[in-house]
Design a protein around this ligand. Sequence first.
Ligand code: GLU
Length: 292
Amino acid sequence: MTAQIVSRFAPSPTGKLHLGHAFSAIQAHDRARSEGGRFLLRIEDIDGTRSRPEHVATIEADLRWLGLTCDGAVLFQSTRLAAYAVALDRLRGEGLLYPCFCTRAEIAASLSAPHGPGAVYPGTCRHLDEAARAARIAAGAQHAWRINMADAVARTGPLAWNDERAGPVVARPETHGDVVLARKDAPASYHLAVTVDDAAQGVTHIVRGLDLFGATDVHRLLQALLGLPTPVYRHHALLNDADGVRLAKRTHAPTLERLRLAGEDGVALAQSLRAGQVPSGFVTTGFLAPNA
Ligand code: GLU
């Protein structure tokens, strides 16, 4: 007997959902439900400055409107801080983390211009000695915790993961540099929280947009370091507006709430998205997996 499929939709309640979210949630839902599996909802609300509790009820109403039902209780990341602390302690105890005192401005200034989205942290605080670190922490200096990527990769050796669309992928977490695992302003970063929670919730299939394809290399590394299972991944095409611009909360994409309150039929919308019929004015965009 094959194990039951468990998938999830994991929005951050920093804004209202738009059609791109519907596109993603439907695919995650159907991946599990088409084989009798479970579909979970997780609210990624550890960003205290940007998360708004009032968005949660809207998200739930939007999913119901689309005809998507979730199993079990909704998991809020804000209730999971102790689990993130355990994972951080373990990695810190293994000497793989270091405190980073740099400000955004300092990091930007130390990167050679021009630097784009691919620029990685230059490692400034990795070179501090223990006495300097202890003194700054004792003086109350705000700090994030970064992973020493070179040491971590040396510890795990070569890693791979599997994408249902792209096939086997060789993980290259080193291309991300020393990523942050605990932020100055939040007790865990996206990378840490998502990895710990997917394992805790028994998620077997992670269905999400291609924009997170690269991040999976970091999640695979954390799974190896923390002794967590590796799910199957399925990174789907993104729903873009007709100019090819990705729908994001910051653009003027129509929100699901607006369509719902205008009396549109959410189940019919979900059916047409399933059939590959994208509302006029939108296109789907996939790109070749970078290292597939
Ligand atoms: N919370 C993330 C977002 O809203 C998605 C996380 C994931 O699917 O891994 O973009």
